[in-house]
Design a protein around this ligand. Structure first.
Ligand code: PLP
Length: 386
C-alpha cells in the first residue's frame, strides 16, 4: 500500500551538520545523537544508520522502548543512553545489553544496583544532578546516600557519567539561571571528587544540549547531547543570532535533513462567491482552480495552518485555503494553470529555487520546530536521498 505522503532524509545534509558540530566541539568531545521523539520525527530506524554512516557512536533516547528501537538497528558496541523513563521491569534488559541509564532518584539507583548484583553484571549509570531546573535529578542532600549505595554495590556498576540539564539555554532571558546551574554543577562534582574514590569519577561529565553547546561553550565538557542541531535547525532564532554574532557570519551553517512531500489528488474549479470546504472559513472572491492534497491534521499538518499554510507546486509558493481537514487540505492554484493531478506537492523542503521551512511553519502556527517535527506520524514512509 502507499501512504498519501512521504518524508525524505538527506544524507548529505546530515553529514554537513555533523561536520559543523565537529568544528563546534573539537575532536575530543563525544557527540551523542539525541533521537528521542522518533528522532524528532525523522524516524529512528532510518535515522540511526544514517548517523552511524557519519561516524556517530553514541545515541540518547528518552525511554526504554526507544532504546530498544535504536539497539535493533545500531552497530554492535554503540552506546545507547536512556535519559528518562525506564520501568523497573525493563532495567534487567538494559543491564544485559549494556544500555546506559540516567539515575534521577534514590529508589531508581537502589533498584538498578540490586538488579545488577542479581545478574552479576555491571549497570552503566549516569547520575543526573538537580542543579536548578527542578524537574528530575538527585538533590544535594541525597548525595551521602548515593555515596553509601555506590560503596555497598561497588563492582556492580560503572559510572559512565555525571550530568545535568539546563532550564532553557536557548533563551537569553534565562542567562542568570543557567550561569547559576553551571556553578552548582561544578560544586556538586567537587563533592564526588572529594570522596577520593576512583569509582566515583565518571567516564564523562556532560551537561550540554544544542543551545548550551552554542551559547555556553564551557558546558561542552566530555560529551554533548545534540538533538535539534543535527537535524539542521537552531533551537531558537536567538541561538542562531548568538551564533552569527560569535562567529561574525550571517550564513546558517546547517542544512535541513527532512523534506515532506505529497501530490495533487484532484483539481476543482470554483465560481466566485462560493464557499470552499467545510463551513464558511473560505469564500472564493474570483473564479478559482483548487488542488486537493491528501494530507491533513491526522498526518501532523496542524489545523492552525488553516488559511495560513504554504506549499510548493511546480516551484510556486501557494496558499492553503479553508480549514485543514483530518486527511485533506485545499490549495489555491492561482496562476498555475498548468498544474495537474499527480504533481508533487512540497509541504516542507525545497522545490526549484523556493523552500518551505519548518521555522516558517512554526511562526505561522506557533508550533516550535521541535513540536512540529515530532508530530510527524511514524507511519509516514521515510526514504533516504543523497
Ligand atoms: C532533548 C534533550 C537534549 C537535546 O536537546 P536539543 O535542544 O534538541 O539539542 C539534551 N539533553 C536532554 C536531557 C534532553 O532531554
Amino acid at each position: 500500500m502507499f501512504e498519501t505522503s512521504y518524508i525524505e532524509l538527506s544524507q548529505s545534509a546530515l553529514s554537513t551538520n555533523y561536520a559543523f558540530l565537529r568544528r563546534l566541539v573539537g575532536e575530543k568531545v563525544e557527540i551523542s545523537s539525541v533521537v528521542k521523539g522518533n528522532a524528532y520525527g525523522h524516524g529512528i530506524e532510518n535515522f540511526v544508520p544514517l548517523a552511524q554512516a557519519c561516524g556517530i557512536k553514541h545515541f540518547s533516547v528518552f525511554s526504554a522502548d526507544e532504546a530498544y528501537k535504536v539497539w535493533q538497528v545500531a552497530e554492535k558496541n554503540t552506546d545507547i543512553m536512556i535519559m528518562g523513563m525506564i520501568a523497573n521491569s525493563e532495567i534487567e534488559w538494559a543491564i544485559q545489553h549494556k544500555v546506559q541509564l540516567y539515575i534521577f532518584d534514590l529508589s531508581r539507583l537502589e533498584m538498578a544496583l540490586i538488579l545488577a548484583k542479581k545478574l552479576n553484571k555491571k549497570v552503566y549509570l549516569h547520575l543526573e544532578l538537580e542543579t536548578g531546573m527542578n524537574r528530575l535529578g538527585l538533590l544535594e542532600k541525597e548525595l551521602p546516600k548515593v555515596f553509601a549505595l555506590l560503596d555497598k554495590y561497588c563492582g556492580f556498576f560503572a559510572l559512565e557519567g555525571i550530568c545535568t540539564h539546563y532550564a532553557g539555554a536557548e533563551s537569553i532571558a534565562n542567562y542568570v539561571r543557567i550561569k547559576q546551574q553551571i556553578i552548582t554543577y561544578k560544586k556538586r562534582i567537587h563533592a564526588f571528587q572529594n570522596q577520593g574514590k576512583s569509582y566515583l569519577l565518571p567516564k564523562r561529565y556532560h551537561t550540554a544540549c544544542s543551545a548550551a553547546a552554542i551559547s555556553y561553550p564551557q558546558t561542552q565538557m566530555d560529551l554533548v547531547r545534540i538533538g535539534i542541531l543535527q537535524y539542521g535547525f537552531f533551537p531558537t532564532q536567538e541561538t542562531l543570532i548568538q551564533y552569527f554574532k560569535n562567529n561574525k557570519t550571517h550564513q546558517d551553517p546547517l542544512k535541513r535533513v527532512l523534506s515532506w512531500k505529497s501530490q495533487i489528488m484532484s483539481i476543482k474549479e470554483v465560481e466566485a462567491g462560493e464557499f470552499v470546504g467545510y463551513g464558511t472559513s473560505f469564500l472564493a472572491s474570483r473564479q478559482m482552480r483548487i488542488a486537493i492534497v491528501p494530507v491533513g491534521y491526522a498526518q501532523g499538518y496542524s489545523r492552525s495552518l488553516s488559511n495560513q499554510g504554504r506549499v510548493l507546486i511546480r516551484g510556486e509558493r501557494l496558499a492553503v485555503i479553508g480549514v485543514v481537514n483530518m486527511n485533506l487540505m485545499l490549495i489555491d492554484l492561482e496562476k498555475l494553470d498548468s498544474a495537474e493531478i499527480g504533481d508533487e506537492v512540497v509541504l516542507i523542503g525545497k522545490q526549484k529555487d523556493k523552500e518551505i521551512t519548518v521555522a516558517s511553519f512554526g511562526e505561522l502556527s506557533n508550533q516550535l520546530n521541535y513540536e512540529l517535527l515530532t508530530r510527524l506520524p511514524a507511519y509516514i514512509p521515510r526514504k533516504v536521498v543523497l
